[in-house]
Design a protein around this ligand. Structure first.
Ligand code: SF4
Length: 82
């Protein structure tokens, strides 16, 4: 099995305007929460106003696009230190 680097992805969810760009660009990582109309990182945990999840290297490119296209710049990606 090939070992992949993992990355932490976080979203300042309180500031999400629900435009859906992240869901369109990286549908394996993001989905819309119909209850409040904001996007969510799939399998994320909440830390205060931040939603935090993990992505693999194969998912990095599309999530970097989502990070750069998010109109309110609330997506952050960091390589995990193991
Ligand atoms: S691109 Fe940004 S503002 Fe738009 S739904 Fe995703 S996190 Fe929210």
């Amino acid at each position: 099995m090939i070992k992949q680097n993992k990355y932490t992805i976080s979203q300042q969810r309180s500031k999400c305007i629900g435009c859906g760009v992240c869901c369109q660009l990286a549908p394996d990582t993001w989905h819309m929460n119909e209850a409040d109309g904001k996007s969510e990182i799939i399998d994320s945990i909440n830390k205060k106003e931040w939603s935090v999840g993990q992505i693999l290297e194969t998912e990095l490119s599309e999530n970097l696009k989502a990070q750069s296209e998010c109109p309110v710049k609330i997506i952050h990606i960091q390589q995990k230190t193991v």
